[in-house]
Design a protein around this ligand. Structure first.
Ligand code: NI
Length: 180
C-alpha cells in the first residue's frame, strides 16, 4: 500500500467533477489498489473521509471512517470503515444543522457549515454490490462533504458565513470551549 499525495486547495483537480465507475472498472486491480491506498492515506492523515479527487483520481469514489481515538475529531461517534462508489443522495431531511468541518485539502482550518441533518445514500460497495446508507448528524455531514469533493465543491463553498473560518490553533483557543 502507498501513501497518496493529497491535493491542497488551489490545485485544479479539487474543482473537477469525477466520473462514475462501471462495475468492471471498480473490480479492476488498479481501482482496488486505489481504494486500499485511499484508506491508508486517510488513516495516516487522521482524516474521517477522503474522496478520490483529493488524491488526483477523477473517480466517483470515497472512503470514510471515524475512530473515537481520532485526535482531529475527538468527540465524534465511531463510524466503521465505509467505501462508496457512485454515491448519490436519494433523500434528505429538509432540516439542516450547522457544525464545524475541516478538510485534508485545506489543512489547519475549520469552519461552520450547514448540512442536511439526515439523508439516505445509495451507491456501490467495493465489490460492486448495491449499498444504501441511512445517516444523520456527523455521519451525514461527512457523506455530504465527501460527495461534494466529487463535484469539485469544498466546504468553504458551503459556508453561509465566512466569519467562523478559523485556523486550528485559534479553533482550540477560542471556539472549542463550550462547543459540542
Ligand atoms: Ni475534504
Amino acid at each position: 500500500m502507498a501513501f497518496l499525495k493529497i491535493a491542497r486547495l488551489g490545485h485544479p483537480v479539487l474543482r473537477m467533477k469525477a466520473n462514475p465507475l462501471s462495475k468492471e472498472e471498480l473490480a479492476r486491480d488498479g481501482t482496488q489498489r486505489l481504494i486500499d491506498d485511499m484508506v491508508q492515506t486517510m488513516r495516516e492523515a487522521r482524516g474521517v473521509g477522503l474522496a478520490a479527487t483529493q488524491v488526483h483520481e477523477l473517480k466517483r469514489l470515497f472512503v470514510m471512517e471515524v475512530k473515537t481515538a481520532n485526535p482531529r475529531y475527538p468527540e465524534r461517534e465511531e463510524l466503521e470503515l465505509t467505501i462508496v462508489a457512485n454515491p448519490e443522495i436519494k433523500t434528505h431531511s429538509e432540516e439542516t444543522e450547522e457544525d464545524w468541518e475541516g478538510c485534508l485539502s485545506i489543512p489547519d482550518m475549520r469552519g461552520v457549515v450547514p448540512r442536511y441533518a439526515s439523508l439516505v445514500l445509495s451507491g456501490l460497495d467495493r465489490k460492486g454490490n448495491p449499498l444504501e446508507i441511512e445517516a444523520s448528524g456527523f455521519h451525514a455531514r461527512v457523506i455530504q462533504h465527501e460527495l461534494d469533493h466529487l463535484d469539485g465543491v469544498v466546504f468553504l463553498d458551503r459556508m453561509s458565513d465566512l466569519s467562523t473560518l478559523t485556523h486550528l490553533q485559534e479553533f482550540e483557543d477560542f471556539w472549542l470551549e463550550g462547543g459540542e
